[in-house]
Design a protein around this ligand. Structure first.
Ligand SMILES: NC(=O)C1=CN([C@@H]2O[C@H](COP(=O)(O)OP(=O)(O)OC[C@H]3O[C@@H](n4cnc5c(N)ncnc54)[C@H](OP(=O)(O)O)[C@@H]3O)[C@@H](O)[C@H]2O)C=CC1
Ligand SMILES: O=C1O[C@H](CO)[C@@H](O)[C@@H]1O
Length: 346
């Protein structure tokens, strides 16, 4: 199959968010967004990456978070793009997330993100993890202005992450719900969650205070971590999924898997094309990260018509040897996030 065969570009494909926010109507989300969890020493490069993604790559979706420290560079990029007049705010879908240090103050977290992004609203806010962390100021931070909290606080003696397990992680989602339901508050269009396994989603959905089903659950999904049970559960509940670390994160190890290399040969395309098309084919939104401007301009757009058999074969990689690439120490208390090779990826 040659690249010239006419498939839609990924930039022409949108999924519908089945939210039930009163008065919002159905919202659409571009199936490919640019991930922006850039390494901290390269965070400023995120500006050019975002400009390239929008203006050369045709992407209309950017995934970010307070935790990444890249929002102000994204804000600068968006201002530059808007100043040229071709792409408008309403053409874009911007996601941010509330980190567990802001578990009981989602509103403040959203304000900080909006200020850095130089936006009046975001299209989607996710609770980043179903966890609560204590607010500990960074050494040297004098407490004036916006507090500078340590992102992942650890016990200085034991080295263990400081997770406040006695606190209710649903607080964050309930705060997001109050914001999106307040007719005077226009900062957020859709709300969702991230890193929620099935048990946690069941708890959220059966809570009597919850009226809005999360529009999205963003979790690690890739050929080694296909999340088949979670995807089926979310599909039944009308929750769309977003795949983070689709390439297996830094170094893109997924692209070296023999099955992916083989399929790329079969379709005369890149490994990125195979992974992105596999996820879209499963009805999953995908947010690859890159700071390589050539890649951003041309390697996230090519949609390959994979067969059912191809998709099954890719799923088999993770069924046979499940492996989770994002394995944070603070996530130990969440079932399914307990280890790497042993992890059953649901
Ligand atoms: N909700 C959550 O908890 C999480 C959300 N995320 C989100 O998901 C996004 C994507 O996940 P992330 O973990 O960043 O990583 P990805 O799986 O997208 O991999 C990114 C890495 O792959 C490299 N890469 C991509 N294509 C190629 C290629 N063809 N050849 C060589 N290297 C390649 C990139 O390098 P290069 O820059 O050189 O292209 C980059 O280092 C994040 O940026 C973030 O927005 C991520 C983790 C957790
Ligand atoms: O979004 C996120 O990115 C980091 C890893 O890149 C992870 O801790 C967090 O959930």
């Amino acid at each position: 199959m040659s690249k010239s065969q006419s498939h839609p570009s990924t930039t022409e494909i949108y999924f519908t968010l089945k939210n039930n926010v009163p008065g919002l109507g159905s919202q659409i989300i571009p199936v490919v967004g640019l991930g922006t969890a850039s390494p901290s020493d390269r965070a400023p490069e995120t500006k050019e990456a975002v400009i390239t993604a929008i203006e050369k790559g045709g992407l209309r979706h950017i995934d970010t978070a307070w935790f990444y420290g890249t929002e102000k560079f994204i804000g600068e990029a968006l201002q530059e793009v808007f100043s040229r007049g071709k792409v408008k705010r309403e053409d874009l879908f911007i996601t941010t997330k509330v980190w567990p240090v802001y578990w009981d103050n989602a509103s403040e977290s959203i304000d900080i993100s909006l200020k850095d992004l130089q936006l009046d609203y975001v299209d989607l806010v996710l609770q980043h993890w179903p966890l609560c962390f204590p607010k500990i100021l960074k050494p040297g931070s004098n407490g004036n202005g916006v507090p500078q909290y340590i992102g992942v606080p650890h016990d200085s003696e034991t080295g263990e992450p400081l997770v406040e397990s006695e606190k209710d992680y649903l607080t964050t989602y309930k705060q997001l719900q109050s914001i999106v339901l307040d007719p005077r508050d226009h900062r957020v269009k859709n709300i969702g969650v991230s890193n929620y396994p099935i048990g946690y989603l069941n708890k959220l959905l059966s809570d009597p205070d919850i009226k809005i089903t999360p529009a999205i659950n963003q979790v690690e999904i890739n050929p080694q971590c296909p999340q088949l049970e979670l995807a089926e559960f979310c599909h039944e509940k009308g929750i769309l999924m977003t795949a983070y670390s689709p390439m297996g994160s830094s170094g893109a190890p997924i692209l070296k898997l023999p099955e992916i290399v083989e399929l790329a040969k079969k379709y005369n395309c890149s490994g990125n094309d195979i992974v992105i098309s596999y996820l879209i084919r499963r009805g999953i939104v995908v947010i690859p990260r890159s700071l390589n401007l050539q890649r951003i301009a041309k390697d996230f757009q090519n949609y390959i018509l994979l067969t059912d058999e191809d998709v099954d074969n890719i799923n088999q990689i993770g069924i046979k040897t499940p492996f989770r690439h994002i394995d944070e120490d603070f996530a130990k208390s969440i079932p399914g996030f307990t280890g790497r090779t042993k992890t059953k990826a649901t």
